[in-house]
Design a protein around this ligand. Structure first.
Ligand code: CAO
Length: 461
């Protein structure tokens, strides 16, 4: 029997990925590749698998911890003389274990440097920093029932040099609310800031006359409402991903002057062609929806209309024309909206794209996407085709400059010059950043896209 450690693998360079869920507990018997924790970064949430099989003897993280690559997660007692795995370090003696302590994602290099000084040797700020960093033992502590985290209370200094005492739960809440703890008066022992102090502070700020203006955009705040006054309610806390998506949407909505154009693509022939490939798709164990054709058509139209494949830079001074065509695909998942990116769409076959759509959508729904798989997009396609609707106005996924919304195709009568003919029409909407894309640019791109989908033979040209 030996005790070994599982650490955070390469998570695509994500710093500060937060532990949002613990999937194992001390005493659990885990298998190789069994998920141990769920991490959530700014871009993705992902389950971290075990690189060892055995019994969990110690959990080295707690919910809310910020982790980076190499951070230890659990200690596992493995049967026999298990060899080291790629990311599972062998148990090291206590002293060197401390020296090896990986860099906490939210700490500076200075914080993360091996610290062999005794507590007495440390200067006061160093003690404060060390205290602010949750130790392994702290990680397993149960928070105070009032959520104040008093048991884990740590001290920092305000701008005026006064000590700020607050527990991790309060600090986390303050971060989420964007409150500077130095401005909050603590009512706990030694002026420790409790959750209630923070709530009071926020309530006052909202009620204050200036509270009608929120943020630098000078927008009037939406007043809080007590919905329970009108009937039963059920309140759930939103996931970090949901809140990040909301923030991204708002940022884009407020910064980008949007224009949305609408058109229908006649996909009668595309659908007929797709139907002939049904058995081939089954043989390849994949699914061939209209989406790979749409992505391919977008890639061709992006290549021919480079402005749609650009991004603003240097505060609007420059326009960056990307020489690659990576397209994001919005995926609806129980955890929230995710946008994995399919790389080099212009160079892939329809079958390759079909396979990648299924694979990335599955990964997104299983929360297994890495941040790298969600980066580098030039353009986004958001398909609500299997859900329904005649059309919608998608919000540009900044810093991209355009996004395509795909609604549900339907058979409609189309006048062919002498009679009405039943044709399958696919409603499309193209939103673009009017700072970069003018009506002509958008119109040319969109017309070409609609034409390509109407005659997919052109995709091979
Ligand atoms: N019109 C009519 N039917 C459509 C269609 C469309 N535009 N698009 C897809 N379908 C059909 C498919 O053909 C398939 O039916 P068949 O098996 O009979 O061929 C069925 O709907 C299921 O499609 P799907 O959703 O499983 O596959 P997809 O390739 O079309 O889409 C994905 C994949 C991941 C994009 C999609 O599942 C998804 O998550 N969409 C939501 C995106 C979203 O939330 N956007 C909003 C973002 S802003 O809030």
């Amino acid at each position: 029997m030996s005790v070994e450690q599982v650490t955070v693998p390469d998570i695509g360079g994500a710093e500060g990925a937060e532990v949002i869920e613990l999937l194992v507990a001390v005493g659990d018997v885990v298998e190789l590749d069994q998920s141990l924790i769920v991490l959530e970064s700014d871009k993705a949430s992902m389950e971290i698998p075990s690189t060892l099989a055995g019994t969990v003897v110690e959990l080295l993280v707690a919910e809310g911890d910020q982790l980076a690559e190499g951070a230890p997660i659990v200690k596992i007692e493995v049967a026999g003389d298990a060899a080291k795995t790629e990311s599972g370090d062998s148990e090291a003696p206590a002293s060197s274990d401390e020296a090896k302590e990986p860099k906490a994602a939210n700490s500076s290099d200075e914080d993360a440097a091996p610290d062999n000084k005794s507590a007495e040797d440390k200067t006061e700020p160093e003690v404060a920093k060390a205290a602010a960093q949750p130790s392994k033992a702290d990680a397993n502590k149960t928070p105070e029932p009032d959520g104040s985290g008093v048991a884990d209370a740590t001290a920092e200094r305000s701008e005026e040099g006064e000590a700020i005492y607050a527990g991790p739960a309060v600090r986390k809440l303050a971060r989420e609310l964007g409150v500077q703890l130095g401005q909050v008066e603590g009512s706990g022992p030694q002026g420790r800031i409790l959750k209630e102090d923070l709530q009071q502070y926020v309530k006052k700020a909202v009620a204050a006359p200036s509270a009608g203006v929120a943020g630098s955009a000078g927008l009037p705040a939406v007043p809080e409402m007590d919905f329970a006054k009108f009937g039963d309610v059920d309140v759930t806390q939103r996931s970090k991903l949901d809140k990040l998506t909301a923030a991204n949407m708002q940022r884009s909505w407020l910064n980008v002057p949007h224009v949305t154009q609408f058109d229908d693509a006649d996909i009668t022939d595309l659908q007929a062609f797709r139907a002939t490939l049904k058995h081939e798709a089954q043989r390849r164990e994949t699914k061939l929806s209209p989406l790979p054709f749409i992505l391919k058509a977008c890639a061709v139209a992006l290549r021919d209309n480079p402005k749609i494949n650009s991004s603003l830079a240097r505060g609007g001074e420059d326009l960056v024309y990307k020489q690659y065509i990576h397209i994001g695909m919005a995926v609806d998942t129980p955890a929230g909206l995710m946008v994995p990116v399919i790389r080099d769409v212009d160079r892939k076959t329809i079958w390759e794209l079909a396979g990648e759509i299924v694979q990335l959508a599955d990964k997104a729904r299983e929360r297994k996407l890495s941040p790298a798989e969600m980066q580098g997009g030039c353009f986004t396609v958001s398909s609500l085709g299997n859900i329904g609707g005649n059309g919608f106005t998608p919000i540009v996924n900044t810093p991209e400059v355009a996004i395509l919304g795909v609604s549900k195709a339907a058979i409609k009568p189309v006048w062919n010059g002498s009679e009405f003919e039943p044709r399958t029409l696919l409603p499309l909407s193209l939103s673009y950043d009017h700072r970069v894309v003018n009506g002509g640019d958008g119109g040319r791109f969109f017309t070409q896209l609609v034409s390509l989908l109407g005659d997919i033979r052109q995709l091979s040209l």
